[in-house]
Design a binder for this molecule. Structure first.
Ligand code: GLA
Length: 402
């Protein structure tokens, strides 16, 4: 096994295979220099005037839909990330271009506090700017360029990667306590974007350490990291399903949990027992049962001694998300069932908010090539769509890139 130091020194961002096109894999090389060059081509400027900030996406090994009820989660930061480059301008405006969709927005700095949500990607930028104002940080005129290698809306924490990288770019070297940064990014999404998400994604995007999984207690906001064994490959497999109503379904789950807490008279579902859950009205029982059993699965996953044990816990988590939490969909269920039938796979489950997006798969490293082929072929046959297959490496948290 490689040492922690060796893992920390690896530069995971240099080359990322980001997908396949017409059956061929293609590589996207995102070096700090190439990001600076692209920024200058768009916004002009020269020399060392372009700062580069990176924030990673995340995959949850265990503990899904537990963060907004003070629960336990075990996320990992990805080597798929969002990069925001920044240079000053003298226009009095905040200008931003997104490489991912080619769109551009400009706002006079003085107008930012009164901008209304547009229901698109730019809400994340404005939401962060507004929260910075509220926290007493001036937002200076700047040119930003956003480029993400983490697939957008796929359950891999692309929103938090964008808010955290944006916050760092707007702070541009001014320091902020990590917990304040995490809370600020969550508020930007809760208040301005309008998604009542929990703390897990910005937390791991800020605090992760390379080569490790992060055990997060969402009640105390304390964490512990543990080395992830290299011999177990982590795969994100994208069902390519994206649902418009995913957001409203997420909101509904958050509301159902709040209703269960109110009915039980507990401050959060973290304090609830299965015996109490059994007293809830029928429609809330499954939701609360998922949360209570998922918290227990996080502890079991940490205590497990073998990859096979961990894998079984993954399958149990998926069943709970599918049957009790109703957060899965046929594409995700198919991916999990296909994975179960492939040699060398320890376990699989949906990850992120659900209703589409990705599964997380734990695979024996030695069986990785066969897994990639089998899951691609199997899904294409069953669904007529080629899935996105990403082997991900636990990476470090957000920061400037030199
Ligand atoms: C989304 C949210 C997170 C978390 C997950 C589900 O990613 O942003 O806060 O609730 O869904 O575990």
């Amino acid at each position: 096994m490689v040492s922690r130091e060796e893992l920390l020194s690896r530069d995971y961002e240099r080359t990322r295979r980001i997908g396949r096109s017409k059956g061929r894999e293609f590589a996207l090389v995102l070096t700090t220099e190439s990001l600076r060059d692209a920024h200058r081509r768009k916004w002009g400027g020269s020399g060392g005037d372009v700062a580069v900030y990176r924030a990673p996406g995340r995959i949850t090994l265990m503990g899904e839909h537990t963060d907004y009820t003070g629960g336990l989660a075990l996320p990992v930061a990805l080597d798929l990330a969002c990069f925001v480059t920044r240079s000053k301008n003298a226009s009095g405006e905040l200008r931003v271009v997104s490489e991912n969709n080619g769109e551009e927005r400009r706002w006079p700095i003085s107008a930012l506090p009164v901008v209304r949500p547009m229901q698109d990607w730019s809400d994340y930028i404005v939401g962060v700017a507004k929260e910075l104002f509220r926290a007493g940080y001036a937002v200076e005129p700047a040119n930003l360029r956003v480029q993400a290698t983490v697939p957008v809306g796929a359950g891999l924490g692309s929103s938090a990667a964008l808010t955290v990288a944006t916050a760092l770019a707007l702070l541009d070297g001014r320091s902020m306590e990590p917990l304040e940064l995490i809370r600020l990014c969550r508020r930007a999404e809760n208040r301005f974007v309008g998604v009542p998400c929990g703390v897990m994604d910005p937390y791991v995007a800020v605090k992760a350490e390379a080569g490790t999984m992060l055990a997060l207690d969402c009640r105390t906001l304390e964490n512990r990291t543990a080395l992830w064994p290299e011999e177990v490959a982590i795969y994100a497999v994208d069902s390519m399903v994206r649902r418009e109503w995913g957001r409203s379904a997420y909101r509904q789950r958050v509301a159902e949990c709040a209703a269960a807490e109110a009915a039980l008279g507990v401050p959060s579902l973290r304090e609830a027992t299965l015996a109490q859950v059994a007293t809830l009205p029928e429609e809330l029982q499954g939701r609360a049962r998922h949360v209570v059993t998922e918290n227990a699965r996080v502890q079991a996953f940490q205590a497990a001694r073998t990859a096979a044990e961990r894998g079984e816990i993954c399958y149990a988590s998926h069943a709970s998300l599918r049957d009790d939490y109703a957060a899965s969909c046929p594409g995700l269920d198919t991916l999990v069932e296909l994975a179960r039938g492939i040699e060398g796979v320890y376990g699989a489950r949906m990850t992120g908010g659900g209703f589409g997006g990705c599964t997380v798969n734990l695979v024996d490293s030695a069986a990785a090539p066969q897994f990639e082929e089998a899951i691609r072929e199997g899904f294409a046959k069953a669904f007529g769509v080629e899935p996105g297959v990403y082997r991900v490496a636990p990476s470090a948290g957000a920061g400037p890139q030199l």
